[in-house]
Design a protein around this ligand. Sequence first.
Ligand code: 5AD
Ligand code: SF4
Length: 472
Amino acid sequence: MRENKILTAEEMAEQEVYVARMRSANQAFAAQSGASRRAFVLTFGCQQNEADSEKIAGLCEAMGYEITYAPEDADLIMVNTCAIREHAEQKALSIVGQYKHLKAKKPTLVIGVCGCMVTQEHRKDEIKHRYPYVDLVFGTSSLHRFPRLLCEKLERGKRLFCPEESEYLVAEGLPIRRESSYRAWVSIMYGCNNFCSYCIVPYVRGRERSRAPEAIIREVEELVARGYRDITLLGQNVNSYGKDLTERFDFADLLAALDRIDGDHRIRFMTSHPKDASRKLIDVMASSRHIAHQFHLPMQSGSDAILCAMNRHYDTARYLEIVDYLRERIPDITITSDIIVGFPGETEADFQSTLDMLARVRFDMLYSFIYSPRKGTPAAEMEQVDPAVKSERFSRLLAVQNEIAVERNQPLIGKTLRVLCDGVSKNNPALYSGRTEGNKIAFFEGTPEDTGRYIEMIPERVDAFALYGTKK
Ligand code: 5AD
Ligand code: SF4
């Protein structure tokens, strides 16, 4: 075991050799054929995966691929998968299934599958046997080895299934091709030590490891200097940032240091674990200049018995203490949460306790999920709730939350809000959309110049999911 969990410069330099080899091969191809080879990167799952995909795309570009958004034009397709719920895995497998005909049309197409789903041995085997046209498979521990794996696959011409590394490490300095020029993800730590009994993440992303504070501060400084307006710090449990560092430097210290960077930007973070959310952190937020008044604090359940079975290490009283302190120190805070419905053993009374907590806390928004058994986790072995009961509870939860969300949004009507504009709305092309400080979605009539800029808008109407108004 190494003292810190950072890959050495030599280990990272090893990949450079393969990047250079791929780049010359791709340049030679472009010179001969008059067109660059193209890569398509498809992402499933969470923001951490989106951030990883920006590194995959960055490496593709460094290797001389042009990035395309059309899989049928691609010479290389990389599918970055998620394992959090069965549905996410089935979606990824179904898309990989659809790429079979692309490979039939273009036999030189290289198809790679990476990320959380294929970090699990049983899924790796499934791809090996049921998707024979997939060329390259590697899990989350090998992301930084992508250039070498791709190069070996192409030079040997054989399918390549990379075994997982014995240790999960931090790779600094990978190129990042950011999807946006004004919103950015910054991973501050990787992995998770919590082993919530329903969750696959600790098995597919390894133990917690924090990036060095200097590396994070430098990255955020560079982003702000380049005009980024909204920066989200990412980790499975950002509140335990720094526990593995040799010097004492926790998440609140990191936020305080980042808040000292001058500029016109907001900093957000996700995800927080209630057992580690400290008063010190809330105090730093309250007195900050740039930390958005938004807190995503997954509660998962409002029943103490279920929280215990989930191995969450807090109860509802502790959860309420954090919420109350957040609202005391930051009265305009937006609080959002994750809830799992139908965890094994959840009774009607347990579920009712969750509804009671929703009424007590009054979340601005909720991400709710039906419990999905994950192979290898303790909860998958427990007695399951009937699927019909799960979906009936899920609908009831949504109905209760929708009413609360509307009530939470209503007081914003008539107020002036600063919104970072994302351009023409995809779902509502007559309007522009953007995000408030609380990360609420706002719709308004905008102009192309608004994209990537802060505008001021006044909501005139709200629903559970968004604010609708006019630009000031
Ligand atoms: N089933 C349903 N939801 C899950 N989550 C994590 N694991 C599962 C599972 N097995 C939810 C949790 C977590 C969010 C990212 O996904 O609510 O906070
Ligand atoms: Fe999963 Fe719990 Fe870790 Fe979140 S804190 S990634 S829910 S194990």
